[in-house]
Design a binder for this molecule. Sequence first.
Ligand code: CAA
Length: 241
Amino acid sequence: MTRVAVVSGGTRGIGAAIAKALKAVGYQVAVTYHGNDEAAQKFNAETGVHVFKWDVSNYDACVEGLAKIGAAVGPVDVLINNAGITRDGMLHKMTPDQWYAVINTNLNSLFNMCRPVIEGMRERNFGRIINISSINGQKGQMGQTNYSAAKAGDIGFTKALAQENASKGVTVNTICPGYIATEMVLAVPKEIIQKSILPQIPVRRLGAPEEIARCVVFLASDEAGFITGSTLSANGGQYMM
Ligand code: CAA
């Protein structure tokens, strides 16, 4: 039986690596994206993975989009909530738009994406939900009150949903990547990466997207059925809890 996996924000960065890794081990994969049509077309041409465009911060768009995926690819067995944005700035300079954009995309999206698929997973007695949080949701990060709050919220959401669905064969876990070499991290000013971030990472390098994808493949597998509500840190030793 081929399982169906959906990866939000799956055409670039960590999401693209996750989508490719799941495809490589035999899943039928569909990904969502929001803004970058060119990257999405390129990803689709390279991988053959189904690509769907909608805004995960919009509940109705998620209901509609996930129904389309259900019709085109099949019922969702594995959901990876990966889509995320940053709007960094010190709180004393942050605008309400910066705050709400990050909370809506990085936290409210978990409700928007899980709510339409959770009943089906419960009925079929199988599901895997993997939420991509961040080291900065665990430890807090200056310049990221919005992002740290949302990512910490993702961890609480995971633990509650895991308890609700454990008896139904549905596991819910969080992965907390550290600083991974993606466009998002490389958008941080170079001197801050060199001077402030790299010295805090004991392995002395940024992570690779594929290193997060491997964690996802493991948590999505049938063999990981006893792991639920957990938080898996992959951060080069930068933060241990
Ligand atoms: N770690 C440690 N120190 C940091 C830092 C960081 N991540 N970011 C900034 N600082 C330090 C700066 O080095 C600077 O120190 P000095 O005064 O000693 O030079 C001080 O904080 C003030 O920084 P700025 O002069 O840049 O202040 P600003 O108001 O112009 O900008 C900022 C503030 C927007 C927060 C900017 O510094 C910034 O973008 N920082 C990066 C924040 C960050 O780490 N974001 C993570 C993005 S990647 C991500 O989110 C993915 C993930 O999940 C890990």
